[in-house]
Design a protein around this ligand. Structure first.
Ligand code: GLC
Length: 639
């Protein structure tokens, strides 16, 4: 062995030893918390706890070296996920680029747009037929060959890392498919695996649960239990009949799922999306969502990850009431120690409410009354995702505004789901329940905002309005504080895709209408002709660029809301102690609107009688004492 090789070897041995020391240090610091949480959920499970300790060491040993290095490096870049530099996109690999290799080839597209954080929808193995877009998992980490090989993923993540891009993948933590190895063994009669799920020989307990359990998919999967003839037992299936809920009262399930979580993180995942985590614990007499035990399980996962793979952070997919979403950041001494990120589902639903009503009162009321987000945590801000839009609005707030909650929800469904002839929206009604009048909305952002109708009717005025609405909403998610997550296709104003109606496995689930194939033909002909799609793309691209070049857009705390007498306008401000500031204003009305402006000047935004708008890169002179906003105009005033 020559000198150089010897030095290299010694250095690497030292690094390995150093990393191990860090591991034991992390274990020692977090052990009390882990122990307390574990025994809270699994009292008297000494053996399982010892198994957990042994597992943590094994999992650390298997973590790839480059990720162990990253674990140490990221400690020094505290809260990297709150940076203004992050801009995300959510996509289905098959619909976007066919497979993982194809996705890697699309990196220049992301670079051009300014996107550097990807949420890739499930790519793991799933049943051939219906599979809930991959959310029915046959295996939590095995890549489905239709997307490529593990090598392809490795190559993609290596490339992304070299470009400073971040990756988010799903961890379907609440259920597996009925083809998962555990389900197959349960069906074959193996008691051990029947206990991995909630299975019952008769309906006594299921019937007790059903008294208070709501239905997630009442039209296509009514009830919460499915009878499985092979094992002659009922199994809990809160989502679809082929998605079996995991039984977290069994510590073995927690240990197995922790192994899966770390293996997922070892694929080079920066953010793990905890799918449907509000459902992790079930209790008779409750709706079995957001229970304390579910929070303890999330906390346990987080703390174990903190020991084994601390650079991986968690996103809560909790599409629940505003005050319940915030709890997934952790409360009390757990603050910041459940999930670092959560979907800002309330902001999303309220934006759609404001578009339909053209008013911002409910938005203000909800945001003002929401508990504040802990500073070390952040939001995913989004307009659309692959799911439906639920009307997660607070009835009491609706009432306080003088509206009837039921009537208001009906209005929103009518407006978006083609049940009035004057609305520009072309959405579809999802999971409508005629008994309660409850329903949700599907449709692409552009179609919900009128672009599809405008193109069909050749209506230029509507075309312009829908374009401006698309841009305005993106301007809001880019500036609210958090990671903006653009749904693939929205950056070019993609319309609804009705091809799902021809697919026997998709036609019952109209969320597929808002999962269009990426239109590369349109994108590659951009340079040839000016189109509304190109205008949307270039404007969003410019907004992204502005965000990334101004540190004021980083999530440095909750935005300050300013409510004026004008009910169509939304205003919020982000500022720093060093005097930097950005004030975001937008107009939800189809007519120009004004706001009194002296107070804006008094807050330091006026320079030589003018305001400076980052969006247009222009100065706005204030002669009248009022600031005018055009229909659906967005302003980013800078101080
Ligand atoms: C999440 C996903 C949704 C899926 C459900 C069940 O809510 O976003 O698409 O249907 O979980 O896995």
């Amino acid at each position: 062995m020559n000198q150089a090789t010897l030095h290299k070897l010694l250095a690497s041995q030292q690094t390995t030893a150093n990393m191990k020391t860090h591991f034991y240090f992390r274990l020692a610091t977090n052990l009390t918390l882990i122990k307390e949480a574990f025994f809270r959920i699994y009292p008297e499970s000494e053996v399982a706890f010892n198994d957990l300790l042994a597992l943590l060491t094994q999992l650390f040993a298997k973590r790839p070296l480059h990720l162990k290095k990253q674990d140490l490096e990221r400690v020094n870049v505290e809260n990297w996920y709150r940076s203004e530099k992050l801009v995300g996109m959510q996509l289905y690999v098959d619909l976007f680029s066919k497979d993982l290799k194809g996705l890697q080839e699309k990196i220049p597209y992301f670079e051009d747009l300014g996107v550097n954080f990807l949420h890739i929808m499930p790519i793991t193995t799933r049943p051939e037929g219906e599979n809930d877009g991959g959310y029915a998992v046959n295996n939590h980490t095995a890549i489905d060959p239709k997307y490529g090989t593990p090598k392809d993923l490795e190559s993609l993540t290596a490339k992304m890392r070299s470009k400073n891009m971040f990756l988010m993948l799903d961890f379907v933590v609440n259920h597996t498919s009925d083809e998962h190895e555990w389900a197959v063994k349960a069906k074959a009669g193996e008691e051990k695996y029947q206990q991995y799920y909630y299975t019952y020989s008769d309906r006594t307990i299921p019937d007790e649960f059903e008294k208070s359990l709501p239905e997630v998919f009442p039209k296509t999967a009514p009830g919460n239990y499915t009878f499985i003839p092979e094992m002659n037992r009922w199994v809990m299936t809160v989502f679809n009949t082929y998605q079996w809920d995991l039984n977290y009262t069994n510590p073995k399930v927690f240990l197995e799922m922790l192994t899966n979580l770390v293996e997922l993180s070892n694929l080079g995942v920066d953010v793990v999306r905890f799918d449907a985590l509000a459902f992790l614990w079930k209790k008779i007499g409750t709706i079995s969502q957001n229970l304390d035990e579910a929070h303890t399980i999330v906390f346990l996962f987080r703390m174990c990850l903190q020991v084994v793979a601390p650079s991986t952070i968690l996103l809560a997919e909790a599409i629940v009431a505003p005050r319940d979403i915030l709890k997934y950041f952790g409360q009390g001494i757990r603050t910041g120690n459940e999930c670092e990120i959560a979907y800002n589902a309330s902001f999303m639903a309220l934006l759609w409410n404001s578009i339909a009503t053209k008013k911002t009162a409910l938005l203000y009321k909800t945001l003002i009354n929401a508990p504040t987000k802990p500073n070390q945590c952040t939001w995913i801000n989004y307009i659309r995702c692959h799911d439906d839009i639920g009307l997660g609005l607070d009835d009491q707030h609706i009432q306080e505004l003088g509206w009837n909650p039921q009537g208001h929800r009906k209005f929103l469904l009518d407006y978006y789901c083609q049940r009035t002839d004057w609305s520009p929206a072309k959405g579809l009604l999802f999971m409508y329940n005629p008994k309660t009048g409850d329903g949700r909305i599907t449709g692409s952002a552009a179609s919900l905002l009128g672009l599809e109708k405008a193109i069909q009717d050749k209506n230029d005025e509507l075309l312009k309005q829908s374009r401006d609405k698309i841009v305005m909403l993106h301007g809001l998610i880019l500036s609210f504080g958090g990671i903006p997550l653009i749904y693939a296709g929205d950056e070019i104003g993609a319309l609804n895709d009705y091809s799902f109606l021809e697919d026997e496995y998709k036609r019952e689930d109209n969320r597929w209408v808002n999962r269009p194939r990426q239109d590369w033909k349109l994108i590659t002909t951009f340079s040839k002709k000016e189109s509304v799609h190109l205008q949307i793309y270039t404007t969003i691209k410019r907004l992204i660029h502005i965000r990334k070049s101004n540190s004021i857009f980083a999530d440095n705390g909750n935005p300050i809301l300013h409510q004026t007498a004008n009910e169509h306008i939304l205003i919020y401000e982000r500022s720093t102690d060093s005097g930097q500031g950005i004030m975001v204003l937008c107009n939800f009305d189809e007519h120009p609107q004004v706001v009194e402006s002296s107070w804006i000047g008094a807050l330091g935004y006026l320079e030589n009688q003018a305001l400076y708008d980052l969006v247009t890169d222009e100065h706005i002179t204030l002669n009248s004492g009022f600031l005018e906003l055009q229909p659906f105009q967005l302003l980013w005033l800078k101080k």
